[in-house]
Design a protein around this ligand. Sequence first.
Ligand code: NAP
Length: 277
Amino acid sequence: MSGRHILITGASGGIGAALARHYARPGVALVLVARHAGRLGAVAEACRERGAQVSALTLDVRESEALADLIARFDAERPIDTVIANAGVESSLGREGQAELLSDALAQIRTNFEGAVATVLPLLDPMRARGAGRVVLVASLAGRMPLPDQPTYSATKAGLIAFGEALRPVLAARGVSLTVACPGFVATGMSRDYGGWRPLEWSAERAAAAIAAAADRGARGIAFPWPLVALVGLGRCVPARLREWVLRLFFVADIRRGAPSTRVGGMVRVEGESVHR
Ligand SMILES: NC(=O)c1ccc[n+]([C@@H]2O[C@H](COP(=O)([O-])OP(=O)(O)OC[C@H]3O[C@@H](n4cnc5c(N)ncnc54)[C@H](OP(=O)(O)O)[C@@H]3O)[C@@H](O)[C@H]2O)c1
């Protein structure tokens, strides 16, 4: 661990903050990125108390070109050995199945996909040149099994999985590992906003420890919890008609009944633009 330089986006709360605390110790330098200075500052302080050196960057990952430039400059000053593209937002359909607002959909595409690409891209060639490095993309099981009430979110995560799988062989040939993390439900602000059924939810600390362990051993991927992973795998093998019937049963039951739903509340957690329906 010692002597490491680790960059984590979405580090002001949830899984990202838990990852930051997990890695924080003497000899480790952390670059933490998020939009909310207060929350990010508190995480940075907790990491410093554990002995880490911390740079807290109050940045929106949707400012992708500025983000990429800054990350390249950090890397030039001191090589980053692990980059974790974790920042993400989600929204759902409206209470009666109405489509997401375009602004919600774009916020997810730009944060979850564009932001993640801009986070890792500037580091790929420098890591390949050094013959070492760890790249981590925090996707979701929703990328493997798209959720009917979260079409854009699921698509951004599926895109991230494809991006990682495409990159992995080229990076591996030069000693750089790429780990795609596919969590199920994790108890964070995002998960609470979802408001619906969250089977087998893990704590943020447990999720962070699992993701960090997978990254540190250079694993191709990590997905949890295993019963949901198994269900998702099984779901991919059955006829689409059956899969859709089961998904409808679990995720759009309220829409079918036309009843107000607690399962599908639309919200994107972006300050000043949050939308509740
Ligand atoms: N929780 C789950 O059940 C679950 C399941 C599967 C996958 N995931 C994925 O895990 C990752 C972390 O989610 P979480 O559950 O920890 O959610 P969270 O508690 O809401 O944390 C999201 C983090 O992303 C940051 N963020 C959001 N938009 C940003 C932007 N435009 N620029 C910079 N930072 C931004 C937030 O900080 P600011 O608000 O301060 O910017 C926050 O630190 C996400 O990619 C999510 O999709 C979560």
